[in-house]
Design a protein around this ligand. Structure first.
Ligand code: B12
Length: 176
């Protein structure tokens, strides 16, 4: 009898463990300002969306401006959309460094690399949200339908002065 009770107790404990584990797996992180604080283990996945990614560098050679529209893909982090943009456009390349908790920082786009001495970096801006810089990096940011995301090679000093905030209008308005 004791043996049967012990077996049942073990089975109940095992079942509880499975239920707890699956609840943890399904737990979605909180999203604020389109930043997800705790991505589920199998990744965030939402409705199909289309977004535009623009990369531009007017600071150093080789200067470039390139635009890729990623059509109807499940809503995931910006990092995923950046990879899709590269898959679509063989002229677009990027590399990034992983930082604990923060995720990937985009260091290089098309051979143009952030430089601490020159105080340059790839600033990420949501053009559709009024040229607002993202409040998190590519690994945490969840783009929305129709969003235009700009990767702008810029300097920290420009960032402080918000000089580059007007830059996206230059792209669309064609200012010199
Ligand atoms: C200095 C700084 C920068 C500098 C780093 C340059 C340098 N080499 O020093 C610059 C200006 C480049 C920068 C850029 C960005 N940053 Co910043 N940055 C900071 C800051 C103020 C201090 C980091 C630091 O020196 N830590 C101390 C050192 C000893 O530790 P460390 O691990 O070596 O630090 C490195 C990382 O933090 C990394 N880093 C800096 N910012 C970011 C952002 C992301 C997403 C990642 C993955 C890594 C990263 O660069 C540091 C120096 O090597 C923090 C705020 C804070 N108090 O932590 C924000 C912070 C980390 N940055 C932040 C953000 C949002 C960004 C940008 C995404 C902003 C944007 N819209 O473009 C970009 C990154 C874009 C990209 N290309 O991927 C957020 C991240 C929030 C989040 N949960 O994702 C923070 C927490 C500020 C905030 N509260 O909003 N940043």
């Amino acid at each position: 009898m004791n043996h049967v009770i012990a077996t049942i107790s073990v089975l109940v404990l095992m079942a509880l463990k499975v239920i707890t584990a699956s609840t943890e797996t399904c737990k979605l992180g909180k999203i604020s300002n389109q930043c997800i604080d705790n991505e589920p283990p199998c990744g965030y996945c939402g409705e199909y969306i289309s977004i535009t990614i623009i990369v531009t560098n007017t600071l150093v050679e080789p200067k470039f401006l390139s635009e890729v529209r990623v059509e109807k893909e499940p809503q995931q982090t910006l990092f995923y959309f950046l990879q899709l943009a590269v898959n679509q456009n063989s002229n677009l390349k990027f590399s990034s460094t992983y930082y604990a908790k923060l995720g990937f920082m985009v260091d290089t786009i098309n051979k143009v690399t952030a430089n601490v001495t020159a105080q340059t970096y790839w600033r990420i801006i949501s053009v559709t949200s009024g040229n607002k810089p993202l409040e998190c990096g590519v690994s945490s940011y969840i783009p929305v339908q129709g969003e235009v995301i700009l990767f702008n090679f810029t300097t920290w000093s420009d960032t402080q002065n918000e000089k580059d905030a007007a830059f996206p209008q230059c792209i669309f308005g064609g200012c010199s």
